[in-house]
Design a protein around this ligand. Structure first.
Ligand code: HEC
Ligand code: HEC
Ligand code: HEC
Length: 144
């Protein structure tokens, strides 16, 4: 009976996990570190809190209207463009959100952190897992 239960339960847990944590979630929930130019220019890399923005704006606002590519580091963003009202500067202009003078609020990454989708936010959101076994399994995949 125990063996049968385990036989039945394991695939269900696997299915649950698969359903709850598909690979795409990494892109959706993670903070994006943008460091195409920052380190080279002596600035800290930019940390873009994706989730924080997603709950406030529709995807379309940034990925269609403002032209952000769906790829970490996939946009050639620089401060001239931002001050000119493009990319982050469409909102961080002192009207919709605080202005570009607040360097450290965006350039907050640890020096030398490469461009990537950081998983810390995902980890936090993933913590309330359905069961301890699932939680252990969820934290199992090796991280870079
Ligand atoms: C609203 C967010 C934001 C603020 C505020 C901000 N930056 Fe940036 N900055 C960015 C982004 C995004 C990039 C592109 C990062 C990359 O690819 O490395 C960038 C890139 C840069 C770069 C490298 C490219 C270039 O334009 O030469 C420098 C230098 C820079 N910022 C300096 C500053 C300084 C100085 C301030 C404050 C006066 C500032 N930034 C404020 C978001 C911001
Ligand atoms: C406030 C602007 C903003 C909103 C709203 C927004 N995004 Fe993004 N998104 C970005 C930026 C900025 C990046 C990183 C681009 C870069 O690094 O140059 C990004 C990156 C991504 C990526 C690529 C991550 C990777 O793995 O490389 C995906 C996928 C994505 N967004 C999906 C979405 C979806 C889905 C929504 C709506 C539910 C959404 N975004 C809403 C600004 C936004
Ligand atoms: C569509 C509008 C929009 C765009 C585009 C946008 N932001 Fe924001 N951002 C906001 C708003 C609104 C806030 C909240 C401001 C406040 O609390 O006063 C915010 C807040 C932030 C915060 C602070 C988050 C916190 O925890 O308080 C950071 C960091 C930030 N933005 C970085 C960026 C960077 C970097 C980019 C470009 C890659 C960007 N934003 C593009 C609207 C935008």
């Amino acid at each position: 009976m125990r063996a049968l239960l385990r036989f039945l339960v394991a695939p269900c847990v696997a299915l649950l996990l698969w359903g709850a944590v598909p690979p795409a979630v990494h892109a959706e929930y993670g903070d994006v570190v943008i460091n195409n130019y920052s380190d080279a220019a002596g600035m800290r890399p930019v940390v873009f809190p994706h989730w924080f923005h997603r709950v406030r704006f529709r995807c379309k606002v940034c990925h269609a209207d403002l032209g952000f590519q769906f790829k970490a580091g996939g946009n050639q963003i620089n401060m001239l463009k931002i001050i000119d009202g493009q990319f982050c500067g469409a909102c961080h202009n002192g009207e919709i959100a605080w202005s570009a003078e607040n360097c450290n609020l965006c350039h907050s990454g640890l020096p030398n952190t490469p461009t990537q989708v950081h998983e810390s936010t995902l980890q936090k959101l993933a913590t309330p897992a359905p069961a301890p076994a699932a939680a252990a399994a969820a934290s199992a995949p090796a991280r870079p």
